[in-house]
Design a binder for this molecule. Structure first.
Ligand SMILES: [Zn+2]
Ligand SMILES: [Zn+2]
Length: 252
């Protein structure tokens, strides 16, 4: 699999970090994991094949994770002379279908019927979902908003876990244990803890317990920029670590 970081930041406006969005290439699938405001143009800026996205996978409904989904659907419909023909599947927690219905009521019916086949799936928690092509996806509830989920994606004996936004949850590390790549949020410094997000110490503890092949840290608010994140994480976790930047590409 291959992971491209589209946005490693948050809703705190930043010159260098866009809102949450990641492209996961798994077999024949191109799965856009979250699609925060600015993600669509960021994909173009980083040379990502945004036209070829096959799935959009949402972790929760905070705007910094979903804001550019209407933009992308509109772009697939209008950005080129011939609009998109390939089907698109939107995967998200319970309420995703309702979200799209409300957006369509505000923005127009094109959001439901964009001119290409659009499917919506709300997988049951903890139930593996076969996406075809040897790709399996499982979601799990995480403590952030009521609907928030983390995802595990498996393909060809490789496994990636994406936490989405989450607070501290001891059972999350057991669920992620042994994955090849753990893409986790790490929002705020230890001196600014929040129950609904992770600090470097909490992220390091999660990694130490889950023991992934590689830890990728993302979703960073500006107060983290002045901190030696590697040192803070390293107090708990000594394994391979990548601090995400927009445009970064990783094989996993
Ligand atoms: Zn967020
Ligand atoms: Zn959030």
């Amino acid at each position: 699999m291959r992971l491209t970081v589209i946005g490693s930041g948050t809703i705190s406006l930043s010159a260098t970090r866009g809102c949450a969005s990641y492209l996961l290439e798994a077999g024949e699938h191109r799965i856009l994991m979250d699609v925060g405001p600015g993600a669509a143009h960021s994909m173009a800026r980083h040379g990502v094949d945004w036209w070829g996205v096959t799935h959009v996978m949402l972790t929760h409904f905070h705007l910094d994770h979903i804001g550019d989904l209407p933009t992308l659907i509109f772009a697939w419909r209008h950005a080129r002379v011939e609009s998109r023909a390939a089907p698109l599947t939107i995967i998200g927690p319970a309420g995703t279908r309702e979200l799209l219905t409300r957006w369509a009521a505000a923005l127009g019916d094109w959001l439901h019927a964009p001119g290409f086949p659009l499917y919506v799936m709300e997988p049951l928690l903890e139930e593996p979902l076969d996406l075809g092509g040897g790709v399996t996806l499982t979601s799990r509830s995480v403590p952030h908003t009521g609907e928030s989920v983390a995802y595990s994606v498996e393909h060809a004996d490789r496994r990636l876990v994406y936490t989405g936004d989450t607070g501290e949850d001891p059972s999350l590390s057991a669920w992620a244990a042994g994955c090849d790549l753990l893409l986790t949020e790490c929002s705020l410094p230890d001196f600014m803890p929040m129950t609904l997000h992770l600090t470097p110490s909490q992220t390091g503890a999660l990694a130490a317990a889950a023991a992934p092949g590689m830890l990728v840290v993302s979703h960073m608010y500006p107060p983290l920029e002045g901190i030696d994140l590697r040192a803070e994480l390293g107090a708990r976790w000594a394994g391979p670590t990548v601090i995400a930047t927009d445009g970064l590409v990783l094989d996993c």
